[in-house]
Ligand binder design. Structure first.
Ligand code: NDP
Ligand code: 8X3
Length: 250
């Protein structure tokens, strides 16, 4: 019987690449995001491979999260894999000059949103006595960098939540994998710099950055590992990257 995965942030970057990798592996997909046209284009791309459905919600909106997940038809309710990927950085700057709206977006999206989606799905995993949660953290959750305190704090929270989930859920046969990528070339920097393409492109210049598919490959490996194996915590860096903000550029 094929497995069902729910992926948040499936409209671009790591989430979309994970949908593509899962579809190749025959995993049916519940794709989530806020941009409907992007969700539809991923469905069109993958619909000849697996069964797909979509949920449109903002992870920051608690009611929308619970309403969307409880609206799933019966045949989609038995989720096997949850990929908590939705999230972004908003802005890069000091705390005294930081925009509190940006802080709200990061804390509400990267932390509280991940919690809401998890709370909506964990009871099903427990009832089924099996499942796998993959949380997308960041190297920024392991190493704080200048001007990134709030984003780093939000990802440090994801690290802690991954540990907490593993402590709670192992007894129920549920695996928890924390994935901490370094610099991945996605829409991430475009969002961080509020659509400034020049600034965003500079982040990935002078070295060979990670691609979203590199992270998706790792996620697929983790969810396909033998039953006796939990891939608990993985950091993936670009080969030219030695720490969160240390990148050797040519
Ligand atoms: P992208 O900007 O390409 O993708 C972000 C995804 O998250 C989009 O699909 C977006 O969908 C979704 N999303 C963002 N905010 C919300 C929200 N409030 N509600 C619902 N969905 C939301 O970036 P990445 O693929 O790079 O980012 C994916 C994850 O990887 C993030 O958690 C990020 O922090 C993490 N990460 C990224 C790294 C990088 O260098 N790129 C490195 C380490 C970690 P939509 O806009 O349609 O809602
Ligand atoms: C994204 C990677 O280093 O820009 O989490 O914060 S970084």
């Amino acid at each position: 019987m094929s497995r069902i995965a729910l992926i948040t942030g499936a409209t671009s970057g790591i989430g979309k690449a994970t949908a593509e990798a899962f579809a190749e592996a025959g995993i049916d997909l519940i794709l989530c995001g806020r941009r409907q046209e992007k969700l539809e284009s991923v469905v069109a791309e993958l619909s000849d491979k697996v069964k797909l459905t979509t949920l449109l919600f903002d992870v920051r909106n608690k009611k929308a999260v619970f309403d969307a997940i409880s609206s799933l038809p019966e045949e989609w309710k038995n989720i096997d894999i949850l990929v908590n990927n939705a999230g972004n950085a908003h802005g890069l700057g000091t705390l005294d000059e930081g925009d509190t709206e940006d802080w709200d977006s990061m804390i509400d999206g990267n932390v509280k949103g991940l919690l809401y989606v998890s709370k909506a799905i964990i009871p099903t995993l427990i009832a089924n006595g099996k499942g796998h949660i993959v949380n997308i953290s960041s190297v920024a959750g392991k190493q704080t960098y200048i001007n990134g305190a709030v984003y780093c704090a939000s990802k440090a929270a994801v690290e802690v939540l991954s540990e907490g989930m593993r402590l709670e859920l192992t007894q129920h046969g549920i695996k928890v994998t924390n994935v901490a990528p370094g610099a991945v070339e996605t829409e991430f920097s475009l969002v961080r710099f509020k659509g400034d393409e020049e600034k965003a492109e500079k982040v990935y210049q002078g070295f060979d950055p990670l691609q979203a598919s590199d992270i998706a490959d790792m996620i697929l490996y983790a969810v396909n590992a033998p039953a006796r194996v939990t891939i608990a915590d993985v950091t993936i860096l670009a080969a030219a990257q030695s720490a969160a903000t240390t990148i050797y550029r040519k």
